[in-house]
Design a binder for this molecule. Structure first.
Ligand SMILES: [Zn+2]
Length: 250
């Protein structure tokens, strides 16, 4: 069982090739989106695929489109189990005022708090604020993707019971060589975050998940197959992922 919980399939130069490779190698892939209108297009394109499924997103760096797109998010979210990418970006890249981002984010969380879903989160420079919003909304078992906060923030995320997804860029950082020792094995999922993340000079893709598993295997001193099994078990902490995996298997 291999899973890529965060891949921007629609942003590759040749998305169809990425989907074909993920399907051939049986990598369950969550195709995150920037906007609900992109999600609708992804639904069309991915219809009939087994392993590649779209997630409904509203990215914090696309905040200029939020006012126009939030009504569509509200309409679509009732029927969606997979949510992402949503979150906050307080780094220099996040040009939209924090208060505007937070108002959008709070509205999205309000839409999805009625039942447990899979949620993949962007939290760059805003780790504590994202955490506070999740707490306020009563959302548990969310997934912090490409976590780049401090050690203390990492421990707070874990204390709150959330999960973290690890990608090929993170495993090259000394920060994560230390962090991985602090994270319980049952709190880790895998992602490519392609095409943003690069692997061997080209955009990472779902078929690069084995490299992440290899790194986890070395860090945990476990066999590759056992790590794969562990990540599969971790998916079961999130009922929506469990449902996704059972639908893929049958
Ligand atoms: Zn992303």
């Amino acid at each position: 069982m291999m899973i890529d919980t965060h891949c921007h399939v629609d942003l590759y130069e040749a998305p169809c090739d990425v989907v074909r490779d993920a399907e051939t190698r049986h990598v369950t892939t969550i195709a995150v989106t920037y906007l609900p209108s992109h999600f609708e297009m992804a639904q069309e394109h991915l219809r009939g695929q087994t392993f590649t499924r779209p997630a409904l997103g509203l990215h914090p760096l696309a905040a200029k489109d939020h006012a126009r797109e939030i009504p569509l998010f509200k309409t679509l979210c009732a029927g969606q189990d997979l949510i992402g990418e949503i979150g906050l970006d307080f780094s220099a890249a996040g040009k939209v005022p924090r208060s505007t981002q937070e108002a959008s984010f709070a509205m999205l969380l309000d839409c999805i708090r009625d039942r447990p879903r899979f949620v993949t989160l962007h939290s760059r420079g805003a780790e504590d604020v994202v955490l506070a919003h999740l707490e306020r909304s009563g959302i548990v078992n969310a997934v912090f993707h490409w976590f780049s906060g401090s050690r203390a923030q990492l421990l707070r995320v874990l204390d709150a019971g959330h999960l973290l997804s690890v990608n090929p860029a993170m495993i090259r950082t000394t920060k994560w060589h230390e962090f991985i020792r602090l994270v319980p094995h049952d709190a880790i999922l895998t992602e490519s975050d392609g095409p943003f993340v690069k692997q061997e000079g080209r955009p990472a893709q779902p078929t690069d998940i084995p490299a992440v598993i290899d790194w986890l295997a070395a860090s945990w001193q476990m066999r590759h197959e056992l790590v794969e099994e562990q990540v599969g078990m971790n998916c079961r902490r999130v009922p929506a992922l469990q449902r996704l995996l059972s639908s893929v298997m049958t």
